[in-house]
Structure formats: C-alpha cells, structure tokens
Design a protein around this ligand. Structure first.
Ligand code: PBG
Length: 402
C-alpha cells in the first residue's frame, strides 16, 4: 500500500520505525483499515528476495499445503467451521444461546431511609429508599426486566438471634412488596428467605454456642416465607442452606393457601468469598466464624447433585447455583441432572471485579458483561440474577438481540 508522505516522515523520525508506536500516528492510519493490496493466491516468488531459503509448505513429497485447480495454495480441509461465522447474519442464524431481559432477575438493595446510599464496593449499585426502588423497577420493567429480588438492610436495633423481624408484616420487605404490587401488578416479586439481614449474629440461621441450629432456623424460615407470601411475594427464594427447608416451606405455604407461590431454591450455594460486597451492602458480615457449616464447600461438585435431588423432591420449582462465573460447571451438571429451570446468581463479587477492571479501562464493560451473561445461558442457566440486569437490558434494547 502507499503510505502518505506526512506519515512516512513521522515514521522515519522514530528510531526503530514500524515497531515503535508513534504517539501521533495510529496503526490503522499507517496500515489502513484492512485495505491491503491483493494477495497472489499462488504465493509464487514471494520469498525470492529474502536472502535465505524459506520453507515452502507446498513443496516436497508430503506437502502440508496443496494447490487447487487454479494453482492457488489450498489446505485440503472440507469441513470449515469458519463458514458459519462469515458474517453477522450467518452468525445470528446459527447462534445457540441468546440472553433476553426476561431471563433476568434484578436484585435490589433497600433500606428504611428517605435517600439512597452508594455501595462503595459495588459501583453503580445503591441501597434504595422506597421511592427510588419503585422508580428503578418502573425503568427496568420498561426495558423488559420482569422479576426483582429484594434484599433489605435492617437497622441494628431490630436484629436479634431469633431474627423475628424477618416475619414482621410491617417489616421493610413486606411493606416494599405491597408498594411494588400496588404500583406494578405485573412485576414478579421474589424474596430472599434467610435470617442474615435480621440476625444480630450475622448468620443465616439461629445460633447457639457458635452452632447454626438447623431445625430451629427452618421453623423461623417457614414464618418468614408465609409472611412474605401474605404480603404478595410471587416467588420465595430460600438462600439459607439449611437441610429440609424447601419441603417445610412448601408445606407451610400450601397449608396457608399459598399453593401458587413458587420456590426458587438456592440449591447449590457455596461458602464463597465472592459475597463480600453484598455483605458490605447489607452490613451483614458474619458476626463470628464463617458460613462453611451450612453453605457448600467450593471444592465439591458432586455434592451439588445431592442438594439438587433433594430440592426437587422437596418441591422446589427452580434450582439456583451461586456464585455464577466460577461455578459454570455446576450449572451444567444441574442442567443435565434436572429438568427444572436452572438459575445462576452472578454475585456481588463478580460484579465488583468487572466494575473495577472497567473503571481502570482494562475491559470494555458492555462487551464483557453481555459475553458473561451469554456464557451463563450456554452453561445451562435459564434464569440469571445479576446486578447488571437493567443496564444489560438497555444495551440489548439499543442493539437488538445481538
Ligand atoms: C444471604 C445472601 C447472600 C447473598 C444472597 N443472599 C450472602 C451470604 O450468603 O452471605 C449473596 C449475594 C451476592 O453476593 O451478590 N442469605
């Protein structure tokens, strides 16, 4: 190609020419945006003036590269997967997985204040006051996001070991559900069933001498789930990881007449370090120890299948894997093992990692987020809980289904 004179000058002014990146001349200005001289398909003679003997893949008794009827070099390859990638139209035609806003569940942090508060470790996320929560839901609904899950930050003085505030019909979650249902009856409201936001011990269950009591906790969770159903929840999502809770909650809901309220079970919820920013958001870090006696060991995969079988038998309507990105293998294993819908939780730490790299300019936010969400679907997730739900829906709306 011809290089304009001004650019030649800029190049020759640098000590080592092409390999040096000149601050004033971009690579595409130098080399053109793909506009090259034609390449001779025979490739004959191109190495003649090198001053040394270059290897010729078309020569010898066992040539690596053949020649076609026109003398052009030819890799004798019939199956060429690149044909199905050759244009945006063909790629769209053969695409296996597409994320749509209806696949998302949008988690919202709420608190009992008249203003919003930024969550420092989750840039772009806030704890919402009631008015802002409603506004956020309205905007997300406009973009096709239909389902929301509420996470409350509860005042310290309301926290106790038995976490009775979890089933106060005038509690923040209950009031919020009623407000949402009144303003947006079409919104699907999902609630978290676990005691941690209400626990003065910072655990998902009731504590005695450092032990999280399984059955006592399940007793409280049944009250929490029924109270949320009474307030209008469409889906309750137990995230506590106690044994037998799905069956107990199903029985509790049914016996109170809430046979239509769904259970989205946190089936394979791991004792993960990726929840840190969420615990910042709710001020719900464990008061002592960790959650390893009830949440799953990140080293275990098969164990998730035990949980999945139990949850299905106990009456779960949907099964969740959490966290998401580092646990794509678990999503796939549950998908293969169960015919129930599978959800993936793209958790706070995953969100924060992406945000941090984006803020540094190291990743392109839109591309990396849409790729990540698509990967959840490819792994087998039907449903994706993500703090990016509204933003991703906006991007999808702008671009059409990519
Ligand atoms: C609490 C709960 C947690 C998350 C959802 N529900 C935290 C925990 O188990 O400690 C984490 C979500 C996230 O990190 O985005 N039952």
């Amino acid at each position: 190609m011809k290089i304009p004179a001004a650019i030649v000058l800029a190049i020759s002014a640098t000590a080592n020419g092409f390999t040096s990146s000149s601050p004033t001349v971009s690579r595409s200005a130098l080399f053109g945006a793909g506009n090259t001289d034609p390449v001779d398909p025979t490739m004959n003679g191109i190495d003649d003036n090198l001053g040394y003997e270059a290897f010729d893949p078309t020569a010898g008794d066992s040539p690596a590269v053949a020649r076609n009827n026109n003398g052009g070099v030819w890799v004798k390859q019939r199956a060429r997967p690149r044909r199905n990638r050759k244009s945006a139209g063909v790629r769209a035609m053969v695409r296996e997985n597409i994320v749509t806003p209806a696949n998302f569940i949008y988690p919202l942090f709420i608190h009992n204040e008249d203003h919003n508060t930024d969550i420092v470790s989750m840039p772009g996320c806030q704890r919402h006051c009631a008015e802002s929560m409603l506004k956020e839901i309205g905007e997300a609904l406009e973009l096709g996001v239909k389902t929301f899950v509420l996470f409350p930050k509860v005042e310290d003085e309301l926290k106790t070991n038995l976490a009775c505030e979890a089933y106060n019909p005038e509690g923040i979650v209950h009031r919020s559900i009623r407000m949402i249902k009144e303003k947006y009856p079409e919104a699907i409201v999902c609630t978290d069933v676990a005691l941690d936001p209400y626990s003065d011990q910072g655990h998902d269950g009731v504590v005695e001498n450092g032990v999280i009591l399984n059955d006592i906790t399940v007793n409280q969770l049944c009250k929490q789930a029924v109270s949320q159903a009474k307030a209008g929840a469409d889906i309750v999502a137990p995230s506590d990881m106690q044994d037998g809770r799905v069956k107990a909650i199903r029985d509790a809901l049914d016996s109170e007449g809430f046979t239509n309220v769904s259970i989205l079970s946190y089936t394979a919820k791991y004792a993960s370090a990726y929840y840190g920013p969420f615990r910042d958001a709710l001020d719900s870090h464990p008061g002592f120890g960790d959650k390893k006696t009830y949440q799953q060991d990140p080293a275990n995969g098969r164990e998730a299948l035990i949980e999945a079988a139990l949850d299905a038998e106990e009456g779960a309507d949907m099964l969740m894997v959490k966290p998401g990105m580092p646990y794509l293998d678990i999503i796939r294993r549950l998908k293969d093992a169960s015919d129930l819908p599978i959800a993936a939780y793209h958790v706070s730490g995953e969100y924060s990692m992406l945000k941090a790299a984006v803020e540094k300019g190291w990743l392109d936010e839109k591309d990396v987020v849409l790729e990540t969400l698509t990967c959840f679907k490819r792994a087998g997730a039907d449903i994706i809980l993500t703090y990016y739900a509204k933003q991703a829906a906006q991007w999808i709306k702008e671009d059409g289904l990519y």
